[in-house]
Design a protein around this ligand. Structure first.
Ligand code: NAD
Length: 485
């Protein structure tokens, strides 16, 4: 598909259509700072059309056997895999992430999302309870209707397919809204769904801004289930819109994740893992460990070696096969990163690495939104830089003296999404993991994902859990049927 100044279309009732308003927004390539395609600026009227299509499609789709739905989802997975290179390139151009990352992480994981839920629905069990010889109860889990699926820009296809796959696998129909900043892979996915033979109206994709399209989804009374991934401030708005309508809501929100390195850790592994968890996708992964805490005896050694390794990351054009660090998603996000670099210095921090855009972008990328991997030391633990989500290639490193102290530091933020702990002491690993307020604690690793485990955050990082059984439960309504004996 030719992508230059391509007009992306909505996908409603199995057809590619322009927004009712005929208005489009420029889609900017982060690596160049220039528009390269256009995205529909849709609104309420487009959501109304999508609801009509999804409502009609639900009648047949919800009655299909699990085997039939499974077959279609597997076909979608196969087609994404067949077109992996096209998807990876589109994702790299759209987001600014290195093409190698899109090729090895985002797109393969989207394939796995479809495969996982396509096969999971073939192996579900229904609960049954015998009530004291009086009755027999069984639980019927039925699709809920139309699901509204709203996703962010950092892992666009991966996160959207993580919602679409379970929603439609269990018999719902869906209206998906990708981020207006990164619409391209969702557009390509619609092509694939059409080719796979997904019935019209089962998946509808409506592009546009949060206030116009996202808010129309959360406000629509016929969209009874909302799965949202994005920032905590937006999540609050989504919760406020959904509460009066008693919608079933899952919120996957921001993080300020601690990465804890004890003196007994395998230092080579901890440093390599920490460089990844700090700077993968330019630090724009909700699970990135943006606060590193290092036990005092190894603090200096860790900082020196960590900086040395981080400084070897190759920054440059995301489409270059050798690039480790691509572009920040847009100018607003780049400005936010710069704001926090200034703030960190006012708060007493010292820039030990980076702190500015890299020196030599090539001709094509000279106006792109780049920022060097940045390490800040000497900051007080409780300052704003250490508490607020930056969502960029910026990490702070702080020494600690005891387990109790570092657990206190780790938990002393509003967020609770994920954490890493590096230690070779098994007892300590369990003890610390148990006390950290986070939905996921990785021990001696980072970003190892098993699609069967519950995924989500505590505190301001969200409500509800996605993944495996949790997702199948979330997208179905349990009904108890009680039969007297
Ligand atoms: P965002 O909250 O700005 O936008 C997310 C989505 O919500 C977009 O599609 C946007 O258009 C839409 N939106 C905006 N206003 C809306 C409204 N009023 N009603 C409904 N929808 C609306 O987030 P972002 O900047 O795209 O993504 C970055 C954030 O996402 C970070 O905070 C990051 O931590 C978080 N994130 C969380 C997870 C997770 O699993 N917990 C995963 C990835 C990203």
């Amino acid at each position: 598909m030719q992508t230059k100044f391509l007009k992306i279309q909505n996908f409603i009732n199995g057809k590619f259509v322009e927004p009712v308003s005929r208005r489009f927004l420029d889609n900017i390539e982060p690596a160049t700072g220039k528009p390269y395609s256009q995205v529909p600026d849709s609104g309420k009227e487009d959501i109304e059309l999508a609801v009509t299509a999804a409502e009609k499609a639900f009648i047949d789709w919800s009655k299909k056997s699990a085997a039939e739905r499974s077959h279609l989802l597997l076909r979608i997975a196969d087609l994404i895999e067949r077109d992996l290179e096209k998807f990876a390139r589109a994702e790299s151009i759209d987001t600014g992430k290195p093409i190698t990352l899109a090729r090895t992480l985002d797109i393969p994981r989207a394939v796995w999302n479809f495969r996982f839920f396509a096969t999971a629905i073939l192996h579900t069990e229904n609960e049954a309870h015998l009530t004291d010889g009086v009755a027999f109860n069984y639980t019927l889990r039925q699709p809920r209707g139309i699901a509204g699926l709203i996703s962010p820009w950092n892992l666009p296809l991966y996160l959207l397919s993580w919602k679409i796959a379970p929603a439609i696998a269990v018999g719902n129909t869906a209206i998906a809204k990708p981020s207006e900043l990164t619409p391209m892979t969702a557009f390509l996915l619609c092509d694939v769904c059409q080719e796979a033979g997904l019935p019209a109206g089962v998946l509808n994709v409506v592009h546009g801004t949060g206030p116009n399209v996202g808010a129309a989804i959360t406000a629509h009374p016929k969209i009874t289930t909302i799965s949202f991934t994005g920032g905590t401030v937006t999540g609050r708005k989504v919760a406020e819109a959904c509460a009066p309508l008693f919608k079933n809501v899952s919120l996957e929100l921001g993080g300020k994740n601690p990465n804890i390195v004890f003196a007994d850790a395998d230092l080579d592994a901890a440093i390599a893992g920490s460089v990844r968890s700090s700077f993968a996708n330019q630090g724009q992964v909700c699970l990135c460990g943006s606060r590193i805490f290092v036990e005092k005896p190894i603090y200096k050694q860790f900082v020196d070696r960590f900086i040395d390794k981080a400084s070897q990351l190759k920054q440059g054009d995301p489409l270059d096969e050798k690039t480790d660090q691509g572009a920040i998603v847009n100018k607003a996000q780049l400005d936010k990163v710069k704001f926090y670099i200034d703030l960190a210095q006012k708060e007493g921090g010292k820039i030990a690495l980076g702190g500015k855009p890299p020196e030599s972008p090539n001709e094509r990328t000279k106006e792109g939104y780049f920022f060097a991997p940045t390490v800040i030391v000497d900051l007080p633990v409780a300052c704003r830089t250490n508490r607020e989500e930056i969502f960029g290639p910026v990490v702070t490193v702080t020494p600690f003296e005891s387990e109790d102290e570092v657990i206190r530091y780790a938990n002393d933020v509003d967020y609770g999404l994920s954490s890493s702990v590096w230690t070779q002491n098994l007892g300590r690993a369990h003890r610390v993991a148990e006390q950290i307020h986070a939905g996921t604690v990785w021990v001696n690793c980072w970003l190892v994902r098993d699609l069967r485990v519950p995924f989500g955050g505590m505190k301001a990082s969200g409500v509800g859990r996605e993944g495996g059984v949790e997702a199948l439960k979330f997208f179905t309504e349990p009904k108890n049927i009680c039969i007297a004996k």
